[in-house]
Design a protein around this ligand. Sequence first.
Ligand code: MN
Length: 742
Amino acid sequence: MAEVLTIQEEELQLIEAAYKDMVESIKSEMEELDLQNIRKAYELALEAHQTQRRKSGEPYIFHPIAVATIAAAEIGLGPTAIISALLHDVVEDTEVTLGEIREIFGNRISKIVDGLTKLDSAYNAESPQAENFKKVLSTLVDDVRVALIKMADRLHNMRTLGSMPRHKQLKIAAETSYIYAPLAHRLGLYAFKTEFLDLCMKVTDPTNYHGIAKKLAETKRSRESYIDEFIQPLRDELDELKVPYRIIGRPKSIYSIYNKIKNKQVPFEEIYDLFAVRIILDVRSEREKMICWQTYSIVTDVHVPIPERLKDWISTPKSNGYESLHTTVIGPSGRYVEVQIRTERMNEIAERGFAAHWKYKGVSRQPDVYERWLDNVREILDDPNSDAVEFLGDFRANNLFNEEVFVFTPKGDMKILPKGATALDFAFNIHTDIGYHCTAIKVNNRLVPMGYKLKNGDQISITTNRSQKPSESWLKMVITGKARSKIRYAMKDEQRKKGELGKEALERKFKHLKVDFEESVEKLVKHLRLPSHVELYYRIATGLTSIPEIFKKFQVMGNKLIEIEYQKETEIEELPTKAPTPRKGTKKSDNTPRLLINGEPGDRFDYTFANCCNPVQGDHIFAYLTATAGLKIHRSTCPNAANLMSNYGYRVMKADWMATTNNTFVADLKITGIDDGPGVIERLSHEISNKLSLNIRSFSISGYEGYFKGKISLLVANTDQLNIAIRALKNLDSISTVSRVE
Ligand code: MN
């Protein structure tokens, strides 16, 4: 063990100062006793963590203080949450027990700390992250403060990610963008979501991140003077309203600017709405709507609006509670400017979401969006059948992104389902039995297929028949977690019933061979890589697997079933649980690009380049240990990366390019432009082959209505060469866009 560094006197002063700042940032009202308890929690944490330091070298206590500060200042949480935040790592990392916390601070706080500890230990034990997330949600329905403090904890860890090793950075960033950012969105913590995505981009795509950050800094002054010019005439008019207000003009996030550049295929210089102007009015709730629309009227009198960009989330708030009036107007010099109009209350909900929601309960006209959502979360958590990864997929699809669709029963009762839900989802939503036995569905009196996508206002009636049963294909026709899990359950049950015959056949065989039943079944299931015993019985019963076929690979010794050795290598494949050991002696041919994997020369591992994202030398990359194909190298911006790292983060390894080599890499380019006949193809291939001297691996092009879309696979040495090629192709006549396939 390293030498124990206790806290130095100067450090203690800094810690004390950080603590004082934290206390000052508390917004909620407090009694003397609350302050005393917060102090007590701080002193307990300080003592408990006194010998620990963070990766950056600073005393550990700075972390819980920072998490408490975020909880207080940025989410606006009160004393209970602040005490819990200060203590959130104490049980996990120090001698202090949960019992002691309960004794000093009571039951509520010890429960929250317990929730946070369980989340952390799940993560540290490197269990699949999906499992971890399921835990986040179960604590969330119990006490939402656990999830909110977890958000604060994650935000501080993301802000201080720089001192972590690179592969951990990638893993944490992936998990953050896959789970925490959408959850922040769902909880209405917009500022968190935005910062999460920016910090993730900083890790996965540092080149573009720093490029945009630099340009934003360079254009700061001219942007600020433009905003002043835009706002001044508005102020004169708004003053007439005699309502207190403030106007903020601030740049959009780097992540959202980058998305615009990517999606619209324009350079930074051509993105005009780099910032949004927000007008926040301080009015009583009865006058909110009227004053907001008056403000809209003032804004559009001064600057010409673009009608189709008007969004009214005041009359119909978003499903996460967001309320605001958005419009885009044409400002000075013809530039587009987005203007957001809202009240202080709406602004607080927009920034603090869930946490602010409780404060205004009953004030807003909107239905209780969070309670409805929590009910939904409880329902899918209650489902004992889904495994964590399935669950996470369902959850993301249904609960984090989608808005809702409102439909009606024949009696006129309104039902709310996630957008994209089908008629069959509706049947399961009404009742599990109605779903199971559903034979025909009418929407607005017309017969529709079961997979019909519901529209707002649809009226739906279901016909059932007792002999109807769910089938595998139904899974493709539903999107809600409830319907999916009920269908899966029915399938498993069906399989179990059918499997009885298979089980009997196996029992006879084993009895005949005089081997132990349980143990031998276990072996067969493992050997055939089946998910369960039931699956094995089912396969035998339906003839998918035959008993004689299986027993070719086994022999009986004593009363045991033994696998015949030589078959083993090709047949058995287990999920790897640890990194492969480097091979000795063998060297890869010189064609293999050289990588460092977890700091070791990569030619000692089996690796290949993933063809979902085709990394090119110079890209930011990572290695992923697959179940069957060794290590795959992906770009850190690969669309699959977040999913892989979030669900199987423990299989992610660090990968770096070693020295430059003479290898070539496949890079796919998307090209669009004006179709002027065969000339285009000729120009493109001339430019690539003759001028750039690059090899084309494949080339496809299709035209429509005077435009064309093409895809070219090139062989390039590195990202520099690729970027030169992209620039050169863009400059050709009649080419509109050239971009690398993500
Ligand atoms: Mn922590």
